[in-house]
Design a protein around this ligand. Structure first.
Ligand code: ATP
Length: 245
C-alpha cells in the first residue's frame, strides 16, 4: 500500500536550534496517528510543514503521491486541517462560516452543514455571531470546518483544547465514525494521551524536534500498562541518555 503522506528527512530550523529535524514519517489510508511530545517539541511545526503553511529547509513531502512543493494544490486538495488556535471572521455566524467553506466544495449539501453543526453541538448557536463564542465553541467550529469537505486526511493540532467533557466524547466518536465509515485518515497532535490511546492505531513521540519513537498502539499496550506509561518511560530514558552524552 502506498503512503498517503510521506516525509523524507524533513527539517526546519528556527533560531536557537529549535524546530524539526530529519523527520521521516509515513501515513497510510485508515491510519489514525497520534503525535505526542512535550511542549515545544516540534509537533505544530511538523503539522505546519505537512500542510504547506511553512516550508522545510531540507527534505521532501509527498501528499497523495505528489510533491507538496511542486504540486501544492493537487496534494492539499484531499486535506482538512485545524492548526493552532482557531481564528474566524468574527462577524459571521457558525452557519455562515461553514457555508463559506462549502462554496469551495460543490459536492457539500446543505443538510451536511446542519448535521455537522448538530454533531459538534453548535446547532442551537448556529445563527449567532462567532464573536460571542467561547474558546471551546470556536474549537468545535474549527473541527467542523476541517471535516466538512470529507477530506481523505484530517490534520488536527490539539483539537480537544478547550473542549468540555461532552465535547471530548463527541470528538472521539466523530473521529471513530469518520475513520471507520469513511476511511478518513487522521494525524492528531495532543497532550490528551488517554484520548489518543482510545482513538489511534499508531503513535509517534516527538522529542526536541526529532521523531524519537513510533509504534502501533495495540503492540505498545501488550508490553506497557498504558500509553502514558510507555510515554513517560521513553521520556525518562531519553533524559538519561542525554545526561550520559
Ligand atoms: N516562528 C517561530 N520562530 C521561532 N521559533 C519558533 C517558531 N515557531 C515555533 N518555534 C519554536 O520551535 C519549537 C517547537 O515549537 P512547536 O510549536 O512546534 O512545538 P509543539 O510541540 O507544538 O509544542 P506545544 O505542545 O507546546 O504546542 C519551540 O521551541 C518553539 O518556541
Amino acid at each position: 500500500m502506498n503512503p498517503i503522506l510521506e516525509t523524507a528527512s524533513i527539517s526546519k530550523q528556527y533560531s536557537k536550534g529549535r524546530g524539526v529535524y530529519d523527520v521521516s514519517l509515513q501515513l497510510f489510508e485508515g491510519d489514525v496517528y497520534g503525535l505526542l511530545g512535550p511542549n515545544g517539541a516540534g509537533k505544530t511545526t511538523f503539522l505546519k510543514l505537512i500542510t504547506g503553511l511553512i516550508h522545510p529547509d531540507s527534505g521532501g513531502i509527498q501528499l497523495f503521491g505528489v510533491n507538496l512543493k511542486e504540486q501544492f494544490a493537487q496534494g492539499i486538495q484531499h486535506v482538512g486541517c485545524m492548526i493552532e488556535s482557531a481564528d474566524f471572521h468574527d462577524f459571521l455566524s457558525a452557519e455562515q462560516y461553514l457555508q463559506l467553506v462549502a462554496r469551495f466544495y460543490p459536492s457539500i449539501e446543505r443538510k451536511q452543514i446542519d448535521e455537522l453543526l448538530e454533531t459538534v453541538g453548535l446547532y442551537t448557536y448556529r445563527k449567532e455571531r462567532i464573536k460571542g463564542y467561547s474558546t471551546g465553541m470556536k474549537q468545535k467550529l474549527a473541527l467542523a470546518a476541517a471535516v466538512l469537505p470529507r477530506p481523505k486526511l484530517a490534520i488536527l493540532d490539539e483539537p480537544t483544547n478547550g473542549l468540555d467533557i461532552e465535547g471530548t466524547v463527541m470528538f472521539r466518536s466523530l473521529v471513530k465514525r469518520l475513520s471507520e465509515e469513511k476511511r478518513m485518515s487522521f494525524i492528531i497532535s495532543s497532550h490528551m494521551i488517554h484520548e489518543l490511546e482510545q482513538l489511534c492505531n499508531r503513535v509517534g513521540i516527538v522529542l526536541k524536534g526529532r521523531l524519537h519513537k513510533e509504534g502501533y498502539v495495540d503492540e505498545l499496550l501488550q508490553s506497557n500498562q498504558s500509553l502514558e506509561q510507555f510515554y513517560i518511560e521513553e521520556l525518562q530514558l531519553a533524559k538519561e541518555v542525554s545526561a550520559r552524552a
